[in-house]
Design a protein around this ligand. Structure first.
Ligand code: HEC
Length: 125
């Protein structure tokens, strides 16, 4: 067998071994998004208000409803009917946060926090 063919064969085997290794390591380290502990009480002041000021008030700063500025957000969400504690997933706030137009504005864990806060009764805490 000529040397060139042996070399090609070895390269081929090495490539297969390399991709197999990659595949196994990918299997082992699949991305698992962080999960929020549902038993931890979410605070509107400490957990939710900062999501709004960081990600939302550039648009929802008074001109577009709901007004999500600090000190205004709780009342505008409550009075505007954006929250449904009986069926948290259907709340207009949560529906909007996961909608295609708004989804990129919050991280996965922030979405979970907003939903958990509504599930815990949407308290002004
Ligand atoms: C780039 C501007 C922009 C940003 C940033 C933005 N929004 Fe909005 N949002 C809009 C516009 C425009 C509307 C009204 C039209 C619509 O429904 O898409 C709206 C509508 C809404 C509504 C009302 C939906 C309804 O059912 O009437 C909610 C609730 C909302 N946004 C929440 C948020 C939250 C929470 C954030 C931050 C995570 C956010 N928005 C960030 C532009 C923005």
């Amino acid at each position: 067998m000529n040397q060139k063919i042996v070399f090609i064969k070895l390269t081929f085997v090495a490539a297969i071994l390399f991709s197999a290794t990659c595949f196994i390591s990918c299997e082992k380290y699949t991305y698992d998004p962080p999960k929020l502990d549902p038993n931890v009480l979410i605070s509107f002041q400490n957990d939710i208000a900062s999501i709004f000021t960081g990600n939302c008030t550039s648009c929802h700063g008074g001109a577009i409803d709901p007004d999500l500025r600090e000190g205004k957000a709780f009342n505008s969400l409550t009075n505007g009917g954006y929250l449904n504690t009986a069926n948290p997933e259907s709340s207009r706030l949560y529906q909007q946060v996961v909608s295609s137009g708004h989804s990129s504005r919050t991280s996965d864990i922030q979405k979970q926090k907003i939903l958990a806060w509504i599930k815990q009764g949407a308290l002004n805490n």
